[in-house]
Design a protein around this ligand. Structure first.
Ligand SMILES: [Mg+2]
Length: 254
């Protein structure tokens, strides 16, 4: 076993893997505005082919709402978790179950919009149960954005996380590790080796949980991490997935 946090590239996926994928910064490059993210054309088909080879065990684990990811990777619709764990669905055909008040972040989103009404570069994304404050276009306001979120988010109801050019309030207790663990208890994920791939601070819970359950994490991009392996960027994630798919197909060929 490699040391935690090394720069070792991940091995190709084995037939017994269950794959848990973050979306922004992992499957798609981050854009200046979250609505401007572009999904590469072959991605939906790649995800569907992997899901077939892994007996259905491919999930997206994201801070977005699952419906937002569904729209971007259509016609693929995967099992997964949205809003950092507050939404969960064990297969792509079921509706997502939400463990948090679906409109609970509305007042916080309104307060943040009021606070940054002077600056259209600061974007408040109201996700219903969670809210993200994006300042990618106004990096010099980072500290102000972080301070405002911490000041305005009621601490009994939200956990605040600072990500890459974003600060997010998610329902208290929801995290990607708990989401992975919940999915891993259910078919088709149960009994498979979890592989969690992500790029940001909130993915660290996923890396640790994957390791605890006998699998491993793959960190995308630079920075300290609990993941066992690392991939440099989104394009290389796609390469790794394509190579894994080819190997899985060879393995199944007569
Ligand atoms: Mg991400």
């Amino acid at each position: 076993m490699a040391e935690a946090g090394t720069d070792a590239p991940p091995p190709l996926l084995s037939t017994t893997a269950a794959l848990y994928l973050d979306f922004d910064g992992t499957l798609a490059d981050i854009a200046l505005h979250p609505d401007a993210v572009v999904v590469s054309e072959p991605l939906p088909e790649l995800l569907l082919a992997l899901r077939e080879r892994l007996a259905g065990a491919v999930a997206v684990v994201t801070g977005r709402r699952l419906a937002a990811v569904d729209a971007m990777i259509a016609p693929a619709r995967l099992a997964g978790s949205g809003l950092h764990g507050a939404e969960l669905r064990a297969d792509g055909d079921s509706p997502a179950e939400t463990s948090a008040d679906p409109a609970g972040a509305g007042p916080l989103a309104r307060a943040l919009r009021e606070r940054f009404a002077d600056d259209p570069r600061v974007y408040v994304e109201d996700k219903g149960a969670a809210v993200s404050l994006h300042y990618r276009q106004a990096p010099e306001r980072e500290q102000e954005c972080r301070d405002a979120m911490r000041a305005l988010a009621p601490p009994g109801r939200f956990d605040v996380t600072e990500g890459s050019r974003v600060v997010e309030a998610r329902p208290r207790g929801a995290d990607k590790g708990a989401a992975l663990a919940a999915l891993a208890r259910q078919p088709p994920f149960a009994g498979r080796r979890p592989v969690f791939v992500g790029d940001d601070v909130t993915d660290e819970d996923g890396f640790r949980t994957a390791e605890r359950l006998g699998g491993y994490g793959v960190k995308v991009g630079p920075g300290p991490t609990a993941a066992r392996y690392r991939i440099a960027e989104v394009g290389r994630v796609h390469d790794w997935l394509h190579e894994s798919l080819a190997a899985l197909e060879r393995e199944r060929a007569p």
